[in-house]
Ligand binder design. Structure first.
Ligand code: OXD
Ligand code: MN
Length: 580
């Protein structure tokens, strides 16, 4: 492999700080992956799963205090504090380097440092971007092999010697007290120390492909989004592509791999977590999936909820923090109705149901996208796929209807900016607390979100046919706490209505919040749902919405006069339509 001299310098500098016993450049080969697995089996980092039922698959048990993203320890270290904005933690670059520098100093002594050149995005795409990260974790290297394209291909895509994001990662001592995840967007640099968890340690994913990429996208006029990408094929073989933003652990992977209930309709997976979207020369929005694999949430994945994911993880998969059956098969809550007997929990102890779930609620599978039965034949098209619909979804027990459509681009951007959601186990902290999460990007936007809304607004006029923007909420409940909508594969019914709206045929009525499907507009064939329940799922009352809009105004206030006037204007219009 021919390594560029700036990449070499970057790695030498990281090595002089962390003092590893040796430096190994990764080439991304299968032999390299196999030897990493060998090494981790030998030192206990991995356990081999049942070779008959789960060939070439492994279980990794992480440190019990290192199981999710730690947002309170994640910082944007831009030169100006205002450039990070009120929704990010900010630290001055010099202070950040001093603090983390102390943690990195000689942190790799006695360890191997792997230098990983990686590409985010398909080979041959002008939208793809390279990175070079170093790490002292073999688990991180093997995971990067699955989640990114490792090796020479990264150098081939650098448009200049310095055209890469540099990443320095060390497990440190895994202590949350000595953990920091730092982003220096002006220096195209990421420093992460003290965690081996995916979102903190696989630097290509959240750190590069979202936080740093969103900063670059702003400067270059594109969008780096926390979105799945899927194509919905109709019975005539026409495919309509959607990108959908949803908060962590809120059904993105399930929707990305959805199996249609509707005869003749079929969904194709392009990506399950991140979309990079550019406007092409014809004014069409196009999206690529920068990742090569899935780092999916295991609990509640089952043959019922996501048969494609179950088929995907049959082989060549690294599971993290799932439970283990006596026959060395992975298990998690929701996989089967009854837990098998004799389980070991995610920490390797005989499972005692009184002590909590057997699998960690944020346990994961890491697997190549190409293993997914629904992977789109064109998922690695260097041109990306043309996006006709954008979806903003969140997890809300109340207020937000099952589905509605924005009046236009600006209104759609407003709806995305207005999202809030109930927290999940993907982040450390309390689960089920409602928090603001515009465009599902609150943990991932690498710059001031007021500028981010402006970036979105500015995309609209550049698009010849702007995608229609939809808001969804699969999680609304009735007074008894029962979900109003069955979700999962029945969500294809909602996607079908969106396709019809895009084609100008779907029925809808105008309400203060946007266009809401009429009760007869959704294809409900074979689904047992009463009209009353559907009406309840689609309800939007002033009594719920006016206080919600007041709360939203309070959130917007935090951005001061940096918030685009269009956003305030759309808020005021919504209030007016509700008679408020
Ligand atoms: C993820 C997340 O891992 O959003 O995708 O936390
Ligand atoms: Mn995610």
């Amino acid at each position: 492999m021919s390594v560029t001299s700036l990449a070499e310098k970057f790695v030498e500098h990281a090595a002089s700080m962390t003092a590893p016993s040796r430096v190994v450049w990764c080439d991304g080969s299968k032999a390299e992956y196999d030897s990493l697995i060998e090494q981790m089996l030998a030192d206990g980092t991995l356990l081999a799963l049942n070779e008959h039922t789960h060939p070439s698959s492994y279980l990794h048990r992480s440190h019990p205090s290192d199981v999710a993203r730690t947002e309170q320890l994640t910082f944007i270290c831009s030169r100006g504090r205002d450039d990070a904005g009120p929704t990010n933690n900010w630290m001055a670059p010099a202070e950040a380097k001093a603090k983390a520098g102390a943690l990195f100093r000689r942190a790799m002594r006695g360890r191997t440092m792997w230098a990983i050149p990686y590409l985010m995005g398909p080979a041959g795409s002008s939208m793809s971007r390279a990175g070079v990260m170093v790490t002292d974790s073999a688990y991180v290297v093997a995971s990067m092999h699955i989640m990114t394209r490792v090796g020479q291909v990264a150098f081939q895509h650098m448009r200049a010697e310095d055209d890469f994001i540099g990443g320095v990662h060390s497990l440190g001592d895994l202590s949350p007290e000595r953990r920091l995840i730092l982003h220096f967007p002006e220096e195209k640099l990421i420093w992460s120390v003290g965690s081996g968890y995916g979102g903190n340690a696989l630097l290509g994913k959240k750190c590069h492909a979202l936080r740093i990429a969103s900063w670059q996208a702003r400067q270059e006029g594109w969008l780096a989004e926390h979105m799945l990408i899927l194509g919905l094929e109709d019975p005539d073989g026409r495919v309509t592509y959607f990108a959908a933003a949803m908060p962590s652990a809120s059904g993105k992977t399930n929707l990305a791999m959805v199996v249609s209930q509707l005869p003749g309709w079929r969904a194709w997976t392009v990506g399950d977590d991140i979309a990079w979207m550019h406007v092409d020369a014809q004014g069409q929005l196009r999206a690529i999936n920068p990742e090569r694999g899935f780092f999916g949430v295991a609990p509640n994945t089952s043959p019922n909820t996501n048969p494609n994911a179950m088929a995907t993880v049959r082989a060549n998969t690294i599971f993290t923090n799932v439970a283990l059956t006596p026959s060395r098969e992975p298990w998690w809550e929701g996989m089967t109705k009854e837990p098998p007997r004799g389980l070991l929990d995610w920490q390797g102890r005989p499972w005692d149901p009184a002590s909590g779930p057997a699998a960690h609620p944020n346990s994961r599978f890491t697997v190549l996208a190409e293993q997914c039965p629904s992977i789109a034949p064109n998922w690695e098209d260097p041109q990306g796929v043309p996006i006709s619909g954008l979806i903003f979804g969140s997890r809300r027990t109340q207020v937000i209807p099952l589905v509605f459509e924005a009046f236009d681009w600006q209104h759609g951007v407003f709806l995305g900016s207005a999202m809030s959601t109930e927290t999940t186990a993907a982040i450390t902290g309390k689960v089920g607390v409602v928090r603001r999460d515009p465009m599902a990007m609150i943990p991932f936007c690498g710059y001031n979100m007021a500028d981010y809304f402006q970036q979105w607004l500015a995309m609209g006029p550049r698009l010849t046919r702007p995608p229609k923007i939809f808001r969804v909420n699969w999680f609304r409940r009735d007074a008894d706490g029962t979900f109003l909508w069955p979700g999962y594969r029945d969500n294809v019914r909602i996607l079908k209505w969106m396709v019809e709206r895009i084609r100008g045929t779907g029925r809808a009525e105008e309400r203060p919040i946007g266009y809401v499907p009429t009760v007869d507009a959704l294809d409900l064939g074979g689904l047992d749902i009463g009209r009353e329940r559907l009406r309840e799922a689609l309800r939007s009352d002033a009594a719920d919405w006016l206080p919600a809009l007041d709360d939203l105004e309070g959130f917007y206030g935090g951005f001061g006069n940096r918030l685009p006037v269009e956003i305030y204007g759309t808020l005021a219009d919504t209030r007016r339509r509700f008679g408020g």
